[in-house]
Design a protein around this ligand. Structure first.
Ligand SMILES: NC(=O)C1=CN([C@@H]2O[C@H](COP(=O)(O)OP(=O)(O)OC[C@H]3O[C@@H](n4cnc5c(N)ncnc54)[C@H](OP(=O)(O)O)[C@@H]3O)[C@@H](O)[C@H]2O)C=CC1
Ligand SMILES: CC(=O)C(=O)O
Ligand SMILES: [Mg+2]
Length: 764
C-alpha cells in the first residue's frame, strides 16, 4: 500500500482578497459603497428656485396631469430599489436586514458600474410577508423597477407574486430569475461543449429554495424534462410522497425516484447545480457522475465544492462557481444590471419569461463568439476562448452592455409589455456602449494580464506599513512576487505590530547586507563613472539609497519592475531611480482620470517637463495616443492652453502650434488639435458652435498639458473637487518599469501602481 498523501488540489483562483482587506475597503473614507450625487447645480438662489420652490411646482403639476411625465422630469426611469429583509444573505443564511446592507449596497454599485442604472438599497426589518409587501407596494412612484434580493424561500415566491400583481413596474427577484438566466446560459454552452442535448440531460440541484426552484422552472421552459431534474434540500431528495420539510413549490418539483440522498441522486447524473451552502458536495459524490460532468457550484461566498477539489476528483469536468476569482463565474451579476437596463429603457411594465429567455440566449451566444482583442486581453489571451474554462462572458466584458439590454428590450416590445417603442435597435446598442467607460474596463483587463503573467516587483520602501500591506495584497491578488527592500527585523516588527502574517511568496532584501551589492555597484559604476561619481560614491548609494538599490535590481534583471515614492518626495525618488534606469524616448508622467460624466481622460505630462518644447509635446501626444488605444479608446488628443485658437495671445500657444505642425509633418494616425482651453476640448457642442474647423470629432480623451504647473493643478484638484478617480502619474519612457507614487499614498494606490508597473514589464 502506498503511503503517499494525496496531492493537495492546485489553487486555480485568479485573485484573492483577505477579510481584513474587505473590511478596510468598506470602512475607508465615507463608510459603505454609496452616496447621493446631484445631477443639477444647486449653487445659487436661482438654482434653488428652479430645483425647489417655486420652480419644482411646475413638474409636479405636469406629472399630476400626465403621470408618464415622471419619466421626463424625475429620476424614476433610471432608478431601481434593491429590497431585502436579509433572510437568505448569499449562502450565509438569515443575517437580518441590517447585516444584509453591504450586499444590497453592493448590488446597487453593480447596477451602476455595469449598466449605469441608479439605485437605492432598502433593507426592511421584517420577516412578515404582509408587512414586507405593504412596505414595498407603495414605493412604485419613486422607482422604475424593484429588485428583490436575498429573501428566503418560500416567502420570496409569495412576496414577488403579490408585488408583481400590485405594482405597474418590473418586480424581479434576482436570486430566482437572475440566477436562473445566467445558469441557463452557462448550461446551454457547457451542454454544447460536452455534446449534450438538454432534453435528455439529467440534472441534480442541491438546494430547493429561491434560486433552485427558479432554475428548475426556467430549464423546464427551455426543454429539460421534469423527470430529469432531481432536487435535494437539507432533508435529502424531493421525491414524490415526501412530506417532511415540503411546501407547494418544492412539491411541484418532487419526482418519482428511489434516490433519497444527494449521493444517490448524483449517480450517473450529467449536471450538478449547487444553490445551497459551502462544502455540500464531496469528491466521492462527483466521482459517480457521468462522463464530462458539468458542475455549477454556485453557493456564495464559498461554493459547494472548490474548483481545485472538483478538478482533482474529475479532471474531465466543467466547473463553474459564483465567485469572481475563479474562471466561469456563474453569478447573477451578469443578469440583473443588463436585464433592468433593457426593461427600463422601453419602460416595460414587467420582466416576463420572453425577456428572461432572451437574456439567457444573448449571454450564451456572446460567450461563443470570437472574443475581441480588448476582452481577450483580460484573460491574457488564454482563458477567454470558448471552451471548458470560458463558458460564460466575464462580468467586465464590454459587449454585455450593448447585447443583453437590446435582447431584453426587443423581447419586451415583441411580448407587448413595453410602454415605449424601440425605434432603432442598432442606435440603441451604440447608446448603450457609450454608457460604459471602456478604459475603466481595460484597467481590469490589465490586472487580469498581470495575474496571468505574474512578475517580480521590488517595493523599495519595504519597512513601511502601507508598503508591506500593499505587498501582501499584491501576492494575494496573484500579481506575482513582491520583493521588500529593508531590514528584516524592522519588516517583521512592523508585520507583528499590525497583526498580519507575511504570506509565502514575499522576499525580503536588505540593501546593506545583500550579496548582490558589489555586482550592482560594478554595474552602476560602469554607467555613471563619467558623470562625476567615484566608485565609493556609487557603493554608498547602492548600500544606502533604497531607490538606487531597487533600480539596480530591475536594471540588472533581478526584478521586473519597482515601486517607490511612499516616503520620499517625487523628485528625490526619481533621482534615485534615474541613477540606474535610462530614458528611452520621451520620459513623462500620465495620469488617468476616471470620471463618470465624461468617461476616462488621460492627462500628460503630469510628472517631468516643466515647460515642454514642441518636440516634447508632440512625442508625449504620440505615446499617449498609443496608451489610449491600448485602453480601448479611439484617441482624440487636445493640446491644452489658456488660449483657444489664438485667443488670447501669448507665448505658450506658439510651441503648441509647432507641436501640431510636427504631427502634421509626421502624418500620425490619430486625431489631434490645439491649442484649446479644457472646456473646448471636452465639450464637443461648444467646439462645433464656435470652432467648427477643429479636427477633433468628439470630446478629447487625451489632454496634453502645456506645462507642469497646469498639469499638477488639474490632477491634484480634481480628486478633491469631483468624484473622478485619478490614477498616476504613471511614469512612461524608462528603459525598465519603475513607478513612483505620490508621498503618503495608501495601500490601494500602491497596489494599483505596482500592478501597472508589472503590466509594463509584461508589455515591454
Ligand atoms: N451564483 C449566484 O448567482 C447565486 C447563488 N446563490 C446561492 O444559492 C444559495 C441559496 O440561495 P437562495 O436560494 O436565495 O436561498 P434560500 O434560503 O431560498 O434556499 C436555500 C436552500 O438551500 C437548502 N440547503 C441549505 N443547506 C443545505 C444543505 N447542506 N444541503 C442541501 N440543501 C441545503 C435549503 O434547504 P431547506 O429548504 O431544507 O431549508 C433551501 O432549500 C446561496 O448559497 C446563495 O449564495 C443564490 C443566488 C444567486
Ligand atoms: C449572487 C447572489 O445574489 C447570492 O449569492 O445571493
Ligand atoms: Mg442574492
Amino acid at each position: 500500500m502506498s503511503d503517499a498523501r494525496p496531492t493537495p488540489p492546485k489553487d486555480t483562483r485568479t485573485a484573492r482578497v483577505t477579510g481584513e482587506e474587505a473590511l478596510a475597503m468598506h470602512a475607508a473614507g465615507r463608510p459603505g459603497k454609496l452616496e447621493t450625487r446631484l445631477t443639477k447645480p444647486l449653487v445659487t438662489a436661482r438654482d434653488l428656485s428652479l430645483a425647489y420652490s417655486p420652480g419644482v411646482a411646475e413638474p409636479c403639476l405636469h406629472i399630476h396631469r400626465s403621470p408618464a411625465l415622471a419619466y421626463d422630469y424625475t429620476s424614476k426611469g433610471n432608478f431601481v430599489a434593491v429590497v431585502s429583509n436579509g433572510t437568505a444573505v448569499l449562502g450565509l443564511g438569515n443575517l437580518g436586514a441590517l447585516a444584509s446592507k453591504p450586499v444590497m449596497e453592493g448590488k446597487v454599485a453593480l447596477f451602476k458600474r455595469f449598466a449605469d442604472v441608479d439605485g437605492m438599497d432598502l433593507c426592511l426589518d421584517t420577516e412578515d410577508v404582509d408587512e414586507f409587501v405593504n412596505c414595498v407596494r407603495f414605493l412604485g412612484p419613486s422607482f422604475g423597477g424593484i429588485n428583490l434580493e436575498d429573501i428566503k424561500a418560500p416567502e420570496c415566491f409569495v412576496i414577488e407574486q403579490r408585488l408583481r400583481e400590485l405594482m405597474d413596474i418590473p418586480v424581479f427577484h434576482d436570486d430566482q430569475h437572475g440566477t436562473a438566466i445566467v445558469a441557463a446560459a452557462g448550461l446551454i454552452n457547457a451542454a454544447h461543449l460536452t455534446g449534450r442535448d438538454l432534453a435528455t440531460t439529467r440534472l441534480v440541484i442541491n438546494g430547493a429554495g429561491a434560486a433552485s426552484i427558479a432554475c428548475a422552472e426556467l430549464l423546464r421552459a427551455m426543454g429539460m424534462r421534469p423527470e430529469n431534474i432531481t432536487m435535494c434540500d437539507t432533508k435529502g431528495v424531493l421525491y414524490r410522497g415526501r412530506t417532511e420539510g415540503m411546501n407547494q413549490w418544492k412539491s411541484a418539483h418532487a419526482v418519482e425516484t428511489k434516490a433519497r440522498t444527494l449521493s444517490q441522486a448524483l449517480e450517473g447524473a450529467d449536471v450538478f447545480f449547487g444553490l445551497s451552502v459551502k462544502g455540500a458536495l464531496t469528491q466521492d459524490m462527483i466521482r459517480a457522475m457521468a462522463d464530462k460532468p458539468i458542475i455549477f457550484a454556485m453557493a456564495n461566498p464559498d461554493p459547494e465544492i472548490t474548483p481545485e477539489e472538483a478538478k482533482q476528483a474529475r479532471p474531465d469536468c466543467i466547473i463553474a462557481t459564483g465567485r469572481s476569482d475563479y474562471p466561469n463565474q456563474v453569478n447573477n451579476v451578469l443578469g440583473f444590471p443588463f436585464i433592468f437596463r433593457g426593461a427600463l429603457d422601453v419602460r416595460a411594465s414587467t420582466i416576463n419569461d420572453a425577456m428572461k429567455v432572451a437574456a439567457a440566449q444573448a449571454l450564451a451566444e456572446l460567450a461563443r463568439e470570437a472574443v475581441p482583442e480588448e476582452v481577450a486581453r483580460s484573460g491574457a489571451g488564454k482563458r477567454l476562448v470558448f471552451g471548458p474554462e470560458y463558458i460564460i462572458p466575464n462580468a467586465f466584458d464590454p459587449r454585455l452592455i450593448s447585447r443583453v439590454p437590446v435582447a431584453v428590450a426587443e423581447a419586451a416590445v415583441r411580448s407587448g409589455v413595453a410602454r415605449k417603442p424601440l425605434v432603432d435597435p442598432a442606435r440603441y446598442a451604440r447608446e448603450l456602449t457609450n454608457r460604459l467607460d471602456v478604459a475603466a474596463n481595460a484597467l481590469e483587463a490589465i490586472h487580469e494580464q498581470v495575474r496571468a503573467n505574474p512578475r517580480r516587483v521590488v517595493f523599495a520602501e519595504g519597512e513601511e506599513e502601507a508598503v508591506i500591506r500593499a505587498a501582501i495584497a499584491f501576492v494575494n491578488a496573484g500579481y506575482g512576487t513582491p520583493i521588500l527592500v529593508g531590514r528584516e527585523e524592522r519588516i517583521h516588527a512592523t508585520v507583528a505590530g499590525i497583526g498580519v502574517r507575511l504570506p509565502e511568496g514575499i522576499e525580503v532584501h536588505n540593501a546593506r547586507l545583500s550579496s548582490s551589492n558589489s555586482r550592482y555597484a560594478d554595474w552602476l559604476y560602469e554607467k555613471r563613472q563619467r558623470d562625476g561619481f567615484l566608485y565609493r560614491d556609487i557603493q554608498r548609494l547602492v548600500n544606502n539609497d533604497r531607490n538606487v538599490f531597487a533600480a539596480c535590481m530591475v536594471g540588472m534583471g533581478d526584478a521586473d519592475a519597482l515601486i517607490t515614492g511612499e516616503t520620499r518626495s517625487y523628485s528625490v525618488a526619481l533621482e534615485g531611480v534615474r541613477m540606474a534606469l535610462d530614458a528611452e524616448g520621451v520620459l513623462f508622467g500620465m495620469t488617468m482620470m476616471i470620471a463618470r460624466r465624461s468617461g476616462t481622460v488621460l492627462v500628460a505630462d503630469t510628472a517631468i517637463h516643466e515647460r515642454p518644447d514642441a518636440t516634447t509635446l508632440a512625442a508625449i501626444a504620440t505615446r499617449s495616443a498609443g496608451v489610449a488605444r491600448r485602453l480601448g479608446l479611439t484617441p482624440r488628443v487636445a493640446f491644452l492652453s489658456f488660449s483657444t485658437f489664438g485667443d488670447p495671445k501669448g507665448s505658450i500657444p506658439g510651441s503648441i502650434r509647432d507641436a501640431v505642425k510636427l504631427l502634421d509633418a509626421e502624418g500620425v494616425d490619430f486625431e489631434y488639435d490645439g491649442e484649446m482651453g479644457a472646456d473646448v476640448a471636452l465639450d464637443a457642442n461648444l467646439r462645433a458652435s464656435l470652432y467648427p474647423f477643429c479636427r477633433l470629432t468628439g470630446p478629447a480623451n487625451v489632454l496634453v498639458m502645456p506645462g507642469l504647473h497646469a498639469a499638477h493643478i488639474l490632477t491634484k484638484a480634481v480628486p478633491h473637487l469631483t468624484s473622478a478617480t485619478t490614477i498616476g502619474p504613471v511614469l512612461m519612457g524608462l528603459s525598465h518599469p519603475a513607478q513612483i507614487v505620490p508621498t503618503g499614498s495608501g495601500v490601494n494606490q500602491l497596489l494599483d501602481m505596482a500592478a501597472l508597473a508589472a503590466y509594463q514589464a509584461i508589455s515591454r
